[in-house]
Design a protein around this ligand. Sequence first.
Ligand SMILES: NC(=O)c1ccc[n+]([C@@H]2O[C@H](COP(=O)([O-])OP(=O)(O)OC[C@H]3O[C@@H](n4cnc5c(N)ncnc54)[C@H](OP(=O)(O)O)[C@@H]3O)[C@@H](O)[C@H]2O)c1
Length: 281
Amino acid sequence: MTNILIIGKNGQVGQALPSALAHLGAVTVLDRQALDLTDEHALRQTIRSYQPQIIVNAAAFTAVDRAEDRPDLAYQINATAPAIMAQMAQESDALLVHYSTDYVFDGSKKSAYVETDAVNPQSVYGASKLAGEQALRDVDLTVRISWVCGFQGANMVKTILRIAAAQPELTFVNDQIGNPTFADDAAGMIATLVEHEQRGIFHVTNQGAVSWHGFAQEVLRAAGLDPARVAPVLTADLQPPRPAPRPANSVLENAALAQAGFTLLDDFRIPLARLVRRLNQ
Ligand SMILES: NC(=O)c1ccc[n+]([C@@H]2O[C@H](COP(=O)([O-])OP(=O)(O)OC[C@H]3O[C@@H](n4cnc5c(N)ncnc54)[C@H](OP(=O)(O)O)[C@@H]3O)[C@@H](O)[C@H]2O)c1
């Protein structure tokens, strides 16, 4: 039986993974209490004791703005810990599956980013995640995702619905575009990639590029509310300004998936409608 160790139990992605990977082996999921990634000794000991054939790292320092003030912590969790996981995987001939982000790109490209495009993160978070990617081996699987939404955990769909319930007008930026990605859909694709023994970097997102303003409109539409309630704003006009710069364009073309012959994930509006129905039940 394949031992699968998932790190990051309570995150949006971490909560979607166990059921998606269950058919591949015996799954153990650890939260921060069971394994704190800032404790390098504990990380080594834990991996040694579980002897996993597959390690899935869904944990990360994901507070993009807070990372600007805590680069040490962001690097410890997003770069040093994955580097140790890669070393441990190397020692025991295990596969490491790791998550990265659209924020490794600077957003200046005029079309969607493919896996081989030059990286140039603009924030501490993006740079720490890139350092994590770069610590991995060619035989590991790195999955770049973006704008994650799921039933569990905090995410923009829930935030948008909460604001819509509290006030008549919502304001979202219309000059940052990306691909909303639903945690369950992405988890299913990760299982497929592992099953098919894929290695290297893959962009895994739902299809359909949209601005945050457009996405908020889609969320309202899915909830049966009036999308015209969402007003656009430019990032430069946000008050107060956000500490960490975000890429204006972080659309991820799923080029490696397409090239390997996998069916791409659905347009984001399909899982969005499912999620809004589920949240409203
Ligand atoms: N969210 C997005 O939009 C997005 C976009 C692109 C890429 N990603 C990447 O996708 C992956 C999963 O993100 P997510 O959205 O699921 O993030 P999330 O919901 O913020 O979850 C992150 C998880 O990491 C855990 N964690 C943080 N510090 C830790 C530590 N020191 N030791 C152990 N665990 C720790 C957290 O534990 P607690 O629950 O105890 O806080 C949390 O469960 C990450 O690699 C992230 O960089 C996310």
